[in-house]
Write a protein that binds this ligand. Structure first.
Ligand code: ARG
Length: 499
């Protein structure tokens, strides 16, 4: 992904300034379509009557696909430019279309125009608005294209732009907040859990950095989804089979930042694998956010009291005055089902579709839009939660003396004395059993106590020390202080270099 700029940015230097990637700002509220005047279909020749209310209710997509408006304008500009160059449209018409489209984009950006009306979808809205502005020439913009290749192109651009920004900005913000925290608490030892049982001592920073690693892979996956979306440009595929005009598909693809034109028109109007790949990357990112959220819930619980949530990132209870609840983290965890649902939903929509374009495909957009919005909000809420809470490092020491965290150390100590690990495991296991009977922790035992169990435990002081247990894991990926410190430094450099 590093080689790729935001989608659609290639033509910035061209005469007609491309529009910015879309934001939700130019859109109207959900009631706008209802308030708008009756629709007159742009392709009204075929029908005496317009669609009935129920068909409009199920089919009209302007209320959500208006989010594609900037990408659709951008693609329409590239298309019109090519039509002019190829002589498919007269130079005057092409110019007028380009100027008209730009005026729409500018007015949207300036807040002077909103995407609203009784139009079926954003494509019809743009064509109608263009025609209202420039007259006859506006009716020629749809030469040599169909909404089928048009929507697939605009949606690819939208996905690429948004996922790129999510990876480069939002995700990095969360990683940076985590790295800052890891740096702040460097040296603090906590129990590392397996099976939700205390296992071995580890640096809290090491655990925090684990999330930074997961998010880095999420960034790579989002990048791969951007690349998948930008690989093949559908424009020129027409409705399904191509178009009977001398189109220059390479130049349109290049203009929009795609690697090239799609190799098969039927494939490119009918598949949405790029949307599935985007959803898969989003779903896995959300799963990682959910795991972090779950740790936040545990850390801030009354049992652990390891994390004190900042006022701005906790909520109170309507009845229990003492509460400081981690609602942001809980909702992040809760919304994971919804994002995974969008992924399985779209896969299910696609699975039985005959060739080529079917209207079922329109279901792709709300799934991706909602998954994207949800994940982005959750990235922000987790960033704020991490940045605005305080680790109560003073509470960490108290967590170490339950759960016999040093059991592995003692077994390894015996291994150092030549005892086979399996036998050492058994010896320590018996000592743990005795400790349980006496209701004490292994760390309460002295060297002398241990030597009483097995004389080979003489000089085992280092094995009874949490700090040296941590420091002995001194290899790549281990929790030793100097390794974790180096990892923090490496992450800082990496995040700085790419920001
Ligand atoms: N709103 C449609 C979609 O999202 C646009 C393409 C409509 N094409 C058609 N032949 N009805 O898929």
């Amino acid at each position: 992904m590093t080689k790729r700029k935001a989608a659609g940015t290639k033509s910035t230097s061209r005469a007609t300034r491309p529009v910015k990637p879309s934001g939700p700002s130019p859109v109207a509220g959900p009631d706008a379509a209802r308030a708008a005047p009756e629709r007159k279909a742009l392709w009204s020749g075929r029908f005496a009557d317009g669609p009935c209310e129920s068909l409009k209710a199920i089919g009209d997509s302007l209320r959500f696909d208006r989010r594609l408006v900037f990408e659709d304008i951008l693609a329409s500009q590239a298309h019109a430019r090519m039509l002019g160059v190829q002589g498919i449209l007269g130079k005057k018409d092409a110019k007028s279309i380009l100027v008209g489209l730009q005026s729409i984009a500018d007015d949207l950006e300036a807040g002077k125009l909103r995407v609203e009306g009784a139009d079926e979808d954003v494509h019809s809205w743009i064509e109608r608005t263009l025609t209202e502005r420039i007259g006859e020439a506006g009716k020629r913009v749809h030469t040599a294209r169909s909404r089928n290749d048009q929507v697939a192109t605009a949606f690819r651009l939208w996905i690429a732009n948004r996922l790129f920004a999510l990876a480069m900005e939002d995700l990095r913000g969360l990683q940076a907040a985590l790295v800052d925290r890891a740096h702040e608490v460097l040296g603090v030892i906590v129990p590392a859990y397996t099976h939700m049982q205390r296992g071995q001592p580890a640096l809290l920073s090491h655990q925090i950095l684990a999330y930074v690693e997961m998010l880095a892979r999420d960034g790579t996956r989002l990048g791969a989804a951007v690349d998948a979306a930008m690989e093949q440009c559908p424009l020129g595929s027409g409705a399904a089979t191509g178009v009977p005009y001398p189109v220059a598909r390479e130049s349109v693809a290049d203009d929009l930042g795609f690697d090239g034109p799609s190799r098969n028109s039927m494939d490119s109007v009918s598949d949405r694998d790029f949307a599935v790949e985007a959803l898969a990357a989003l779903a896995l990112l959300q799963v990682h956010l959910s795991r972090l959220a779950d740790d936040v819930c545990l850390w801030s619980s009354s049992e652990w009291r390891l994390l004190e949530l900042g006022d701005e990132v906790s909520t109170g209870s309507s009845i229990m005055p003492q509460k400081r609840n981690p609602d942001g983290a809980e909702l992040t965890r809760g919304k994971t089902g919804r994002v995974i649902g969008h992924l399985t939903g779209l896969l299910t929509t696609l699975k039985g579709l005959p060739m080529t374009y079917n209207r079922d495909l329109q279901e792709d957009k709300e799934a991706v839009f909602d998954a994207f919005d949800t994940v982005q909000t959750c990235v922000h809420v987790m960033t704020d939660t991490i940045a605005r809470s305080r680790f109560r490092t003073e509470a960490a020491a108290a967590l170490l003396h339950r759960g016999h965290l040093l059991a592995t150390e003692l077994a390894d100590f015996l291994v150092g004395k030549g005892v086979a690990f399996r036998e050492a495991h058994e010896i320590v296991g018996k000592i743990v059993r005795t400790c349980d009977e006496r209701e004490i922790d292994l760390s309460d035992l002295t060297e002398a106590d241990l030597a009483g169990f097995d004389r080979r435990f003489e000089d085992c002081a280092t094995a009874l020390d949490f700090q040296s247990a941590v420091d002995r894991r001194d290899h790549v990926g281990g929790t030793a202080g100097k390794r974790v410190k180096a990892a923090i430094k490496a992450w800082r450099a990496r995040l700085d270099a790419t920001s």
